[in-house]
Design a protein around this ligand. Structure first.
Ligand SMILES: *[C@@H]1O[C@H](CO)[C@@H](O)[C@H](O)[C@H]1NC(C)=O
Ligand SMILES: *[C@@H]1O[C@H](CO)[C@@H](O)[C@H](O)[C@H]1NC(C)=O
Ligand SMILES: *[C@@H]1O[C@H](CO)[C@@H](O)[C@H](O)[C@H]1NC(C)=O
Ligand SMILES: *[C@@H]1O[C@H](CO)[C@@H](O)[C@H](O)[C@H]1NC(C)=O
Ligand SMILES: *[C@@H]1O[C@H](CO)[C@@H](O)[C@H](O)[C@H]1NC(C)=O
Length: 800
């Protein structure tokens, strides 16, 4: 397709930049360098001018609304267990007060200087709260239960402005091949499209996402259709996901505007992708993720654009899906070589994305497809996905691959479940056959630090159509309102699935009553997250893992003991991420001598942990015991948390089973000084020299046993209060030791990264490393140097 001019679309939907979305950008404090108060608008000056009185009025309104709201929802609960509520006046008052508070607060700004565009929550709420001390005690009592800063909750109401209606399609005995008769049938049936404009009108989030989707669709429309570019072993996965991202946006824009220019632009994209490459491998079925994502993309477009496409165009789409996706998929199901992802134990993104893509595609055309292929596929996807994909989360909710692969896996899973639910009336166990699946949203929340995620292991390819919006579906379907509240403030929320998976009756604050710490205890990763706040972008955050070096679909590193550390808006100890997926041997197994473990970013040297004898950890390691305790500190409704002085958490792991030349290796980490400092203590007995390694983007200045790290205009002191005999401290380059066996191909470089290396001679030793972020306004005398306490003596009070 050569050069269609899309400027008409561009013009018509131009000028989205000045829409008001409520007043929050005035509340949000620009505590980070480079904040984009989205949307940038007059709200800021209004808040500055009118100032606190308005804030108080809003909060008081919220308080009153909160009183009505909690009473109303109690009544609803008493009257009826139906999630649709009774529609009493109180019910409407609750929903409308939730909506008005939400709309008054607006959307939180996001920090554009963080990789994941972390939301910036207002820090002024506690100042306002102070003023409440002069209010009647009844009002103070409910302050933390206002509609805005209260317990996460759904406010059921049958009022059409605020809530989704019930799906009229409720088959009594659902089957995967028995689809609803109206279209669309996938994700967003007609009744949802009919309700959406009203919901957009009344919900600041939906309004902004709708605008962003149109803006993005406009930008994509101006581009040539995505070209088929092969990226080594990743095939055309990026291409497939970009096509899918675009087709979702075009199809959404078409249905929302009825403007056929969107369906025509979508068809241009479909036609181009239908004729990718040559007839033998258009969608690259040998890397089946690619074929599956394109099948899903075509299925969505076929379904959502059904009334806009001519019969010829529909045939083009169906034939492309059958030839390039569904028939190869059926071969895979029937034992073909490209179907390894169906094998037992493939509990990761592959199984979710491949089963999910085939399901979406087959559901879109079943009934119109005369070949029977769609039906055969639908008879064979659900059991396999329940056995594999649905077990992607461990018993503690941790995604078995990595925190980044969670995005790909849960997107495939959520799309499959939602497509089946909407098209056939059941998810067939996908959402609950694994009773621990629900915890995977909690996993995502704790893996998300104040600056970016705890991104151990591989990061995966570009995300394009993969987002964290599965959080909305899980929130709604698993009754986890906090998941929706968490995700709605994130930048990747603005895409079509959110428009239908998000329940706008949700209210409250996800951080309200949310423990600051969590230990994920499954043997797969045994990891903990500890932080000083859920809402402060400058908060302290430590995440650390042990677990098993195998069983992660070959996406992990040899990284028992690995940690990250955030403070003052900066990541001080970080990850290097994926190496080059196209490097020879990168994915061929995870045995001790696998080539994967010769690449710096995957080997133990490339992690923030201990290296004994300059050797990798044991790949088939014995998982050790972990002891973990937390003071259980929870954040209240306020965005400001005054951390109690005895608030702490610690994690101690026995890592002996991961090292060859050691009779004992133990690592413990704890928060000190009201969560303003961190102590990392290692105790080991080895027959080879030990290196303590940490990777950082900071510049490192070493003086004796103190390292001064500077990054983003901030300073972190790393000290060793009681250096072991013979200890050395150095800055090193993030490269392999010369003595290491060379990998089949050169490592990717790690520009800007330094390694802080603390060397300790072989034998028995203890190494305590104290991290003291130089918090603004914190006097020198307010830092602590803890007494030495052996790891087996650690308790919540051992360092007071
Ligand atoms: C969705 O956004 C588009 C583009 O900004 C706008 O034209 C349309 O009115 C919005 N839809 C609703 C229901 O507000
Ligand atoms: C979609 O639009 C938002 C807001 O303009 C922008 O930040 C984002 O990068 C766009 N996404 C894509 C994939 O273009
Ligand atoms: C688009 O068409 C549908 C079906 O005819 C109609 O219900 C809807 O109001 C129309 N939307 C717009 C924005 O014109
Ligand atoms: C078709 O694609 C395959 C795989 O990419 C390639 O080996 C073959 O040469 C191609 N054939 C033609 C005619 O382009
Ligand atoms: C360095 O900064 C980049 C970009 O923010 C980040 O992705 C990476 O993890 C950081 N590396 C380390 C070692 O902290």
């Amino acid at each position: 397709m050569a050069s269609t001019n899309y400027s008409a679309i561009n013009n018509e939907h131009g000028g989205y930049s000045d829409q008001p979305y409520g007043s929050n950008s005035g509340l949000a404090q620009a505590s980070q360098g480079n904040i984009e108060p989205y949307p940038r608008k007059k709200g800021l000056s209004k808040w500055v001018k009118i100032g606190v009185p308005v804030a108080i009025a809003v909060i008081i309104a919220a308080v009153v609304g909160g009183v009505l709201g909690s009473r109303a929802s109690k009544n609803d609960d008493d009257a009826s267990s139906s999630s649709n509520g009774a529609g009493t006046e109180d019910g409407e008052a609750a929903a409308s007060s939730a909506a008005s508070v939400k709309n008054n607060i607006g959307i939180y700004a996001t920090a554009t200087n963080s990789e994941y565009m972390i939301p910036v929550y207002p820090a002024t709420v506690s100042n306002i709260a102070l003023l409440f001390s002069s209010l009647p005690s009844a009002v103070i009592a409910v302050r933390t239960n206002t509609a805005a800063f209260s317990e996460p909750t759904f406010n059921p109401s049958d009022s059409a402005e605020f809530a989704w209606p019930q799906d009229p399609f409720r088959p009594s005995s659902p089957s995967t091949t028995n689809v609803r008769t109206d279209r669309p049938r996938l994700f967003a049936p007609a009744y949802k499209w009919a309700a959406l404009p009203n919901l957009i009108e009344n919900d600041v989030y939906l309004r902004s996402w709708n605008d962003t989707i149109f803006r993005n669709a406009t930008a994509y429309a101006a581009l040539e259709p995505v070209a088929r570019v092969v990226d080594g072993s990743s095939g055309i996965l990026d291409v497939a996901r970009e096509v899918k991202m675009r087709l979702k946006a075009f199809s959404y824009a078409y249905r929302m505007s009825n403007d056929s220019r969107w369906s025509q632009r979508a068809f241009a994209e479909l036609e181009n992708a239908a004729t990718f490459g040559n007839a033998t491998d258009r969608w690259n079925p040998s890397h089946f993720l690619d074929a599956a994502e394109l099948t899903a993309a075509f299925g969505i477009a076929y379904d959502w654009l059904h009334d806009a496409l001519t019969q010829d165009q529909r045939n083009t789409v169906i034939n492309a899906m059958l030839e390039n996706g569904l028939r190869p998929g059926l071969d895979a199901i029937n034992g073909g070589v490209n179907g390894w992802w169906r094998n037992a134990g493939t509990t990761g993104n592959w199984n979710c994305v491949c089963n999910g893509g085939l399901t979406v595609g087959a559901l879109a055309i079943v009934g119109d497809d005369t070949s029977g292929v769609a039906q055969q596929i639908l008879n064979n996807v659900v059991d396999n996905a329940n056995e594999n994909c649905a077990n992607g989360p461990s018993s503690d909710g941790t995604w078995l691959e990595t925190a980044n692969y969670w995005y790909f896996g849960t997107t495939g899973h959520a799309e499959m479940a939602s497509a089946l639910l909407t098209a056939t009336g059941s998810h067939y166990g996908l959402l609950d056959s694994n009773p621990n699946f629900v915890k995977t949203g909690l996993y995502h929340m704790h893996a998300y630090g104040p600056t970016t995620v705890f991104d151990y292991g591989d990061h995966g390819p570009n995300k394009f159509s993969s987002t964290a919006n599965s959080m909305f579906l899980y929130a709604t379907e698993m009754d986890q309102p906090a998941y929706a509240l968490f995700q709605r403030d994130r930048a990747d929320a603005a895409e079509p699935w959110s428009m239908f998976w998000y329940d706008p009756t949700v209210s409250g604050a996800y951080w309200n009553d949310m423990p600051l710490d969590h230990y994920f205890d499954a043997n797969t990763d045994q990891w903990a997250a500890m932080r000083s706040s859920w809402t402060d972008a400058d908060a302290l955050y430590v995440a650390i893992k042990a677990g098993s070096n195998q069983g992660h679909q070959t996406h992990n590193d040899l990284d028992i003991g690995d940690f990250v550390l955030d403070a003052m808006g900066t990541r001080w100890a970080g990850e290097l991420g994926s190496a080059d997926y196209n490097s020879p041997g990168y994915f061929t197994g995870s045995d001790q001598d696998a080539d994967r473990w010769k690449y710096y970013r995957k080997m133990t040297e490339g992690q923030n942990t201990l290296v004994v004898g300059r050797a990798n950890q044991i790949a088939e390691n014995t998982v050790g015991e972990v002891k973990y305790e937390s003071s259980g500190t929870k954040q209240g409704g306020s965005t400001v948390l005054d951390v109690p002085s005895d608030s702490t958490a610690y994690w101690v792991a026995d890592m002996t089973g991961s090292y060859n030349q050691a009779s004992s290796v133990r690592r413990g980490v704890r928060l000190l000084n009201a969560r303003r400092q961190v102590l990392l203590r290692d105790e080991f007995s080895t027959t080879a020299d030990v290196e303590w390694r940490m990777h950082t983007n900071a510049t490192i200045d070493i003086s004796s046993t103190t390292a001064t790290l500077t990054l983003d205009g901030k300073t972190m002191l790393i000290t060793v209060p009681n250096p072991p005999v013979g200890m050395t401290m150095n800055r090193a380059e993030p490269v392999r030791y010369e003595s290491d066996p060379a990998p089949p191909e050169a490592d990717p470089l790690n520009p800007g990264v330094s390694v802080l290396v603390i060397g300790v001679p072989q034998g028995q030793a203890t190494l305590e490393v104290l991290f003291s972020p130089q918090w603004e306004g914190m006097a020198e005398g307010n830092f602590v140097t803890p007494n030495e306490v052996a790891l087996d003596q650690w308790s919540l009070t051992s360092h007071n």
